[in-house]
Structures are given as structure tokens and as C-alpha cells.
Design a protein around this ligand. Structure first.
Ligand code: ADP
Length: 422
């Protein structure tokens, strides 16, 4: 293991994994803190996915440090703390306290912080984070229900979350390249600063920052900043060129799509899938009970399973979602349908489904939990940000693609299986 990463949420972890695979690293995502007897997977990078972004500070710190220790014991040579490219946090944390604790555990005294991801329109200029070309605090993120970001100045934001001091490596220095960035960061560390916010508005900047951080024990940021890291390991002779890092063993079996996302992209993908494959829709108003909803879908699926995918969807357009939420309440409706989808997934696997696409972040989380999946080996991307993975854990190995709502082209559901040669 070369790189050991801790991510503060599930889809963010997958994002980081995809970035590392693109850079040539064989990458495995682990779900939750591994146990002391869990053997590190055979991979160049291991990303432990936590659900710590909005957890109580103590819990986030404890889990992150436990994951860090496990990764260190597993032989990782460098560590990464992955958070959201919009720096989702409050004055209480969790980015500052978790990073502080990781720095202390590693005894390294210093880390850079860079959430920039220019491809996704997240840039940092003179310490200010922009999302979609707008200052973070005017981008809509100021209204986030859990982590409202009311200040775009990351030096200030981070300073409020740590008892250490925070400096800035500004655009002018970053433009000069890796050596200048390295010099600036070394200077800051020598002055006793604990963090450097580093500007980046282009991929070239991310690559230069990655190179400058070659010998840093800990790097913190979004998945963008991981862009430059594989090259460091390659230059050091630790990462062989050979082989396709996204190659997965093909698992044979029936195919299915479970869709719990109601995002516009998913609804469009469902519309497209309807032209080609059988689609079943759950009706929570008629059947307000997870077990019965699952039973209905599973009766429908009887005799339909095979190489051609079937689709089971809770997804609905906004007016239908509103009606369901009005009836049950927003959270209860979500939980009911997540529960139903998870039950359906478990029985489909019993019936021989081994290739499964799940649409929706929360829906994916519920499904993966129900199936007892512990690790995802990251394969080739179906569309940007959504790779096929080999899921392993309590049950038989499965091929899973976990799609967060807004991701994927309109033909995603059929394309995914075509990629596997279905
Ligand atoms: P996304 O990634 O698009 O946000 P998620 O799975 O994270 O998708 O969230 C979608 C939420 O909406 C889930 O909790 C799911 O159970 C819920 N949901 C799905 N279908 C409906 C529906 N018809 N009515 C109300 N809620 C729904």
C-alpha cells in the first residue's frame, strides 16, 4: 500500500478512488473503519470511506484516527484526508479537528489544505474558494442545511476550526511551479504554521502542488489534489507502469438496476431504460410498508432475471415525491423506500443477481449495508465519477456500480451492462 486515505463520506471516497485509478493506482475503497483483523487489500491505494462529515466532532476524530492507524499498520507510505470540494464544515469542524488529530498521530506538524477541483468548477484563488464561478458563500452553499458555508476565505474558515495557525500559498507562487510551492510550504512549516491553504485554478496547479507535496506525510483536500500523487510514486520507482489498474475479475450472473434517486439525471436515465428493458415502479402510497413493497417487486421480477437487466425503481418526478412526502414525512418516506430497496437487493442476490447498478447516494448506502459489503475494488468508469466495482463482504462477490443521483449520461443503465459484455 502506497497511499492510505480517509474520506469523510461515501461518494467522495469513490470520487477519490476514480482519480487514483486514472493515475494508474490499483485502488480499493473500504466501507467504515476496518477491524484489527482485517487484512489490507492488495492495492496501491486504499481509501477508507467514513460517514463523518456531519458526525459529532469526537466521533469523526476517533474514527478518522482509527482508520489512519490501520492504514499505517497496513504499510501506507503517505496519507490523505479527503473532504468535500466545497469544504463542507462548520466552525466546530469536522475538517479542522480531524486534520489536527491526523497531524498529531503522524507527528508531521504540518499539512496543506486544498479543496480545488477545477474540472468540477471548484477553484481557490487568494485563499478564496469559488464554486461554479461564484464565491462559496454566494454559490448556494451558504444555504446548505447541515454545513452552511458563509465565508469563502479558507484561511479564516480553517483558522476557526483549529488551534494551529493557517497560512496561504498564493496564486503567484503556485504559478511558478512545484519548486516554488515546496519552498513556500517549507517556509510556513518552519514558521510554525500548521496549515497552508494552497491556491489552484487549473489542473496544472494541482499537479504541481502534488509534486511539491511528495514528501509530506499528510495531504488534505478534495479529490482534485490527488491528481499529482501517482506520478510521485512512479518517479520514486514504487508504482510500476505495467497492467491496467482498473482491470477487475468479471463476475458472471444475473443483472439488475435498483433506482432510489429522484434526481433529474436519474429520471432521464429511467426514461431511456424503459425503451429497452422491463421497469417496475414501487408505489409507496398504495403499499406503505417496506416488506410488502419489496414482495411486490420481487414477485414481478420472478422469471425475468437474466443477462438482460431489469429495473426496479422508487424514483419519481417532483410532484409524486411531494405527494409521498406529504403522506409520510420527508425522512420517513426516504427511509421506507431505502429499506424496501435494500430488502429487494438482498433477495435478488439470493436469486443469482451478481451485477447490480444502484442509483442514489443514500439508496446505495442502504443497499451496501444490507448486503454486508465491506470493500469495493475500483474498476473502469462507466461515466465520469461512476466506476464498476468488485464488491466483497459477507455475501458472494458482486459487480456493483453505485451512482450518485446527478451522475451519468442518459443511456447509463444500459451502457453499464454493455460494458460488461452483456
Ligand atoms: P440522490 O443521490 O439522487 O440524492 P439518494 O438515494 O441519496 O439519491 O436520495 C433519494 C432519497 O429519496 C432516498 O432517501 C429515497 O429513498 C427517497 N425516495 C426515492 N423515491 C422516492 C419517492 N417516490 N418519494 C419520496 N422519496 C423517495
Amino acid at each position: 500500500m502506497l497511499l492510505g486515505a480517509v474520506a469523510d463520506d461515501f461518494t467522495g471516497a469513490t470520487d477519490l478512488c476514480s482519480m487514483l485509478v486514472r493515475g494508474g493506482m490499483r485502488t480499493v475503497q473500504l466501507i467504515g473503519v476496518p477491524g484489527p483483523n482485517d487484512i489490507p487489500p492488495d492495492a496501491d491505494a486504499v481509501v477508507v470511506a467514513l460517514k463523518s462529515r456531519t458526525a459529532p466532532v469526537r466521533e469523526a476524530v476517533d474514527q478518522s484516527v482509527a482508520a489512519l492507524h490501520w492504514l499505517r499498520d497496513g504499510g501506507a507510505k503517505q496519507f490523505f484526508f479527503k473532504y468535500c470540494s466545497t469544504f463542507d464544515s462548520t466552525d466546530q469542524g469536522n475538517i479542522g479537528p480531524v486534520a489536527d488529530a491526523m497531524i498529531e498521530a503522524l507527528g508531521c506538524g504540518f499539512a496543506l489544505a486544498c479543496p480545488a477541483f477545477p474540472t468540477n468548477a471548484r477553484t481557490v484563488y487568494l485563499g478564496h474558494l469559488f464554486a461554479n464561478g461564484m464565491l462559496l458563500n454566494e454559490s448556494g452553499m451558504e444555504n446548505h442545511p447541515l454545513t452552511p458555508m458563509k465565508d469563502a476565505n479558507l484561511v479564516r474558515v480553517m483558522s476557526r476550526q483549529t488551534d494551529g495557525t493557517v497560512g496561504l500559498v498564493p496564486f503567484g507562487t503556485v504559478e511558478q511551479g512545484a519548486q516554488a510551492i515546496r519552498r513556500a510550504m517549507t517556509g510556513m512549516k518552519e514558521q510554525g504554521r500548521r496549515y497552508a491553504i494552497v491556491d489552484a485554478v487549473s489542473d496544472a496547479h494541482l499537479v504541481a502542488i502534488g509534486e511539491a507535496a511528495e514528501h509530506h506525510a499528510l495531504i488534505t483536500g478534495g479529490s482534485g489534489i490527488a491528481m499529482g500523487l501517482p506520478a510521485n510514486f512512479r518517479r520514486a520507482g514504487l508504482l510500476p507502469e505495467a497492467g491496467d489498474p482498473s482491470a477487475l475479475p468479471l463476475v458472471a450472473g444475473h443483472t439488475a438496476v435498483l433506482s432510489g434517486s429522484c434526481s433529474r439525471a436519474t429520471l432521464m436515465q429511467l426514461g431511456r431504460a424503459r425503451e429497452h428493458v422491463p421497469v417496475y415502479e414501487l408505489d409507496p402510497i398504495a403499499t406503505p410498508d417496506a416488506a410488502s413493497l419489496a414482495a411486490g417487486a420481487l414477485a414481478w421480477a420472478e422469471g425475468k432475471l437474466g443477462a438482460k437487466p431489469i429495473v426496479i425503481a422508487a424514483s419519481a418526478p417532483p410532484e409524486k415525491v411531494a405527494a409521498v412526502q406529504a403522506r409520510f414525512g420527508r425522512e420517513e418516506a426516504g427511509a421506507l423506500l431505502e429499506d424496501a430497496m435494500a430488502r429487494i437487493a438482498a433477495v435478488l442476490v439470493e436469486r443469482g443477481v451478481r451485477r447490480m447498478v444502484v442509483a442514489g447516494g443514500e439508496t446505495s448506502g442502504a443497499t451496501v449495508r444490507q448486503l454486508g459489503v465491506r470493500s469495493l475494488r475500483i474498476g473502469a468508469e462507466i461515466d465520469p465519477g461512476v466506476p464498476w466495482t468488485l464488491a466483497e463482504g459477507a455475501g458472494p462477490p458482486l459487480m456493483m456500480a453505485l451512482k450518485s443521483g446527478n451522475f451519468g449520461a442518459p443511456d447509463f443503465f444500459t451502457k453499464a451492462f454493455e460494458m460488461l459484455g452483456a
